[in-house]
Design a protein around this ligand. Structure first.
Ligand SMILES: *[C@@H]1O[C@H](CO)[C@@H](O)[C@H](O)[C@H]1NC(C)=O
Ligand SMILES: *[C@@H]1O[C@H](CO)[C@@H](O)[C@H](O)[C@H]1NC(C)=O
Length: 345
């Protein structure tokens, strides 16, 4: 964070702390700086009470994970306390609103966490859940609140053409209509930019009149996030269409720091700032974007080497998953931080 001086973000963070604390620690509290504390009252819910949780991907206990310590960590900011997550208050406050996560499976991870947090707190509240193509819609009709997830790994357009799938790195025309209909949007992107070969979802990149077979992925990511930021800055009424960007979710897939077998967080406090190159790019671009809030989860998540599915995810022990996160688990804390932000706007 040291070099990251987006005043809007800092101010919002301070405001959040002030309201939460009733004045104590105002001006000193960054909710993203703190420690992981062992707290037996966690996790926030029992996954068995969340029937729509994608268990093969995220329910590590159901998939046979033997250790349980990772479930019991609470995030404690250094300068203040996070507000208690109150699902009823959340739905009351956002009555009539639509809130959409846009991004890859890390967005899915956070969206699933949020719907489970709310449903398990309010099991009697009816819900309607449907999925059409890449759009999932989870609505609490009594409150008229919808939580949507739009799968969109790169954010920019991909069009099918004769030569193949062409990424238009300067365009979000396909998606902006959907986005602009939302009251709140939480974006994420990065992981798919590293995918190559048959794991990538495009064949060419078009920029201006030029067509490229490939590009340095960090450079491509920066161009795409810049395109996104241009759209963000072009919005007619930012207050009607609030934007949040999720910081890059770190993986722990490369030795020596791999998640396999990890049963405890890395020792804190969370690093100030991050060495993650994509996060550095994201922060640079967002510093030029109007009224975008950074959900700055990168540093605190870097400590949670223990919180990935590892051998108890989709790929089993053959393809340990050190990118996603178990549920219940870390994304619940991301949602507590999101709630803390939403609480004060
Ligand atoms: C989500 O579902 C609710 C309830 O069915 C509906 O009112 C709302 O328009 C849907 N949102 C979108 C973006 O499709
Ligand atoms: C792209 O091609 C069109 C038509 O050939 C031309 O008019 C335009 O100036 C070109 N744009 C750039 C950025 O090169």
């Amino acid at each position: 964070m040291a070099s990251f001086s987006i005043s809007a973000i800092v101010v919002l963070t301070i405001l959040a702390a002030k309201e939460i604390e009733g004045g104590g620690g105002a001006g000193t509290c960054n909710i993203y700086e703190g420690n992981w504390i062992y707290d037996p009252s966690y996790p926030l819910y029992n996954p068995a009470d969340c029937p729509f949780l994608e268990s093969r991907e995220f329910d590590c206990q159901k998939n046979g994970r033997p250790d349980k310590n990772y479930l019991h960590y609470r995030w404690q900011p250094t300068g203040c306390n996070l507000p208690r997550f109150d699902a009823h208050d959340f739905l009351q406050r956002f009555r009539g609103k639509q809130l959409m996560f846009v991004g890859d499976s890390l967005s899915l991870n956070q969206w699933q966490s949020l719907t489970c947090m709310i449903h398990t707190s309010l099991p009697q509240a009816p819900y309607i859940s449907n999925k059409i193509g890449g759009l999932s819609n989870f609505t609490f009709p009594d409150y008229k609140v919808s939580f949507l997830f739009s799968r969109n790994a790169y954010l920019v357009d991909i069009r099918s053409e004769i030569i193949g799938r062409v990424m238009y790195i300067e365009s979000v025309e396909y998606s902006r209509g959907l986005w602009e209909g939302m009251d709140f949007l939480i974006f994420d992107s990065w992981h798919w930019w590293t995918h190559t070969g048959s794991d990538q979802l495009w064949d060419f990149i078009r920029e201006g009149n030029a067509t490229y077979k490939d590009m340095n992925r960090l450079v491509a990511y920066e161009k795409a996030i810049n395109t996104w930021a241009k759209w963000a800055n072009s919005r007619a009424d930012p207050a009607k269409n609030r934007l949040i960007f999720q910081g890059v979710s770190p993986d722990h897939a490369s030795p020596p720091k791999t998640c396999v077998g990890a049963e405890a967080p890395l020792p804190g406090p969370s690093p100030k700032g991050t060495n993650h190159p994509a996060e550095a790019v994201l922060e640079k671009v967002l510093s030029g974007a109007k009224e975008v809030y950074l959900l700055d989860i990168t540093g605190l998540s870097e400590l949670r080497i223990d919180a990935h599915p590892s051998a108890y995810g989709f790929g089993g022990s053959k393809f340990p998953d050190c990118s996603h996160w178990c549920l219940p688990g870390l994304p619940d804390v991301w949602n507590q931080l999101l709630y803390t932000y939403l609480f004060q706007i």
